[in-house]
Design a protein around this ligand. Structure first.
Ligand SMILES: NC(=O)c1ccc[n+]([C@@H]2O[C@H](COP(=O)([O-])OP(=O)(O)OC[C@H]3O[C@@H](n4cnc5c(N)ncnc54)[C@H](OP(=O)(O)O)[C@@H]3O)[C@@H](O)[C@H]2O)c1
Length: 253
């Protein structure tokens, strides 16, 4: 019996990943800080789909978080056939005006914990046939983002790292995919103080549609869900960086 680990499963895209994979009869390990929410979701999915769902409360802004999480998995003896590094957050504002502590925590959750979990769980993933990693980046990964400088930079890291890993692990049986959603309905915009930005006011995708694309494309190096997001990324590639960074700054002014 093997499990898929989903970080950030207490809300938004992570919660929808959990629902979709449970419907595929996949056993799950749900991770986030809000244990009560994870437990409620776990009970619902167990009753609905007859799958095993374990809950591990973990703060991935804590440098010890990934180590403790992997130790708990090893101690329980759970085999792992998937890892969805989805936990993450952003914040809107000028770099110099946002608290340094919050921006460093963002780097810890969005980058350092993602790298640590990937490295620590890779041996377990390699030992299972047909296993996968989905790292959640963003369309923010493709250009610099004034007014959210650190968030955009973290997602550029996730994309570059995961794309390289996709190639390195091509022969290993572990598929690595980078999910790059655009504005999506979840708690993200509220947490990042950006519900009133042009980016979110000009239309969002449902987390369900994002997850459908992500799971259908889990063998692909990069998944950009939604035509609008795809067009934005492709037009960005054809434009000078001056234009794309000014546009990004304007969309979240
Ligand atoms: N929504 C968008 O527009 C959008 C667009 C592109 C990319 N993304 C990316 O998609 C991913 C999921 O975001 P979402 O939209 O679903 O946002 P969300 O609804 O705010 O969910 C974020 C999840 O991350 C978890 N999380 C945050 N900080 C954590 C920490 N310190 N330790 C452990 N877990 C933590 C939260 O759980 P707890 O609070 O319970 O810990 C929650 O489950 C993120 O990586 C985000 O950057 C989102």
């Amino acid at each position: 019996m093997s499990y898929v680990v989903i970080t950030g499963a207490s809300a938004g895209i992570g919660e929808v990943f959990a629902r979709a994979l449970a419907a595929e009869r996949q056993n799950l390990i749900l991770v986030a800080r809000r244990e009560d929410r994870l437990q409620t979701l776990a009970n619902e999915l167990k009753n609905q789909h007859g799958v095993e769902v374990e809950v591990i409360a973990s703060d991935l802004a804590d440098p010890e978080g990934p180590t403790l999480l992997v130790e708990a998995i090893k101690k329980a003896g759970w085999a792992i056939n998937g890892l969805i590094n989805n936990a993450g957050f952003g914040d809107r504002g000028h770099f110099s005006e946002l608290a340094l502590e919050r921006q460093l925590a963002m780097i810890q959750v969005n980058i350092t914990s993602l790298v640590a979990l990937t490295w620590r769980l890779l041996p377990a993933l390699k030992s299972q046939p047909d296993s996968f990693i989905i790292n959640v980046a963003s369309t923010a990964a493709f250009q610099a983002g004034p007014n959210m400088a650190i968030y955009y930079a973290t997602k550029a890291f996730v994309l570059s790292f995961s794309e390289a890993l996709h190639e390195e692990l091509r022969e290993s049986g572990v598929r690595v995919s980078t999910l790059c959603p655009g504005a999506t309905d979840s708690e993200f915009a509220t947490e990042a103080h950006m519900t009133d930005t042009l980016l979110f006011r000009s239309g969002t995708m449902s987390a369900e549609a994002v997850v459908r694309k992500a799971l259908a494309g889990r063998h692909k190096a990069i998944v950009i869900p939604g035509l609008k997001n795809l067009l934005m990324v492709w037009s960005g590639k054809l434009s000078p960086r001056l234009i794309t960074r000014r546009l990004a700054g304007w969309l979240q002014a």
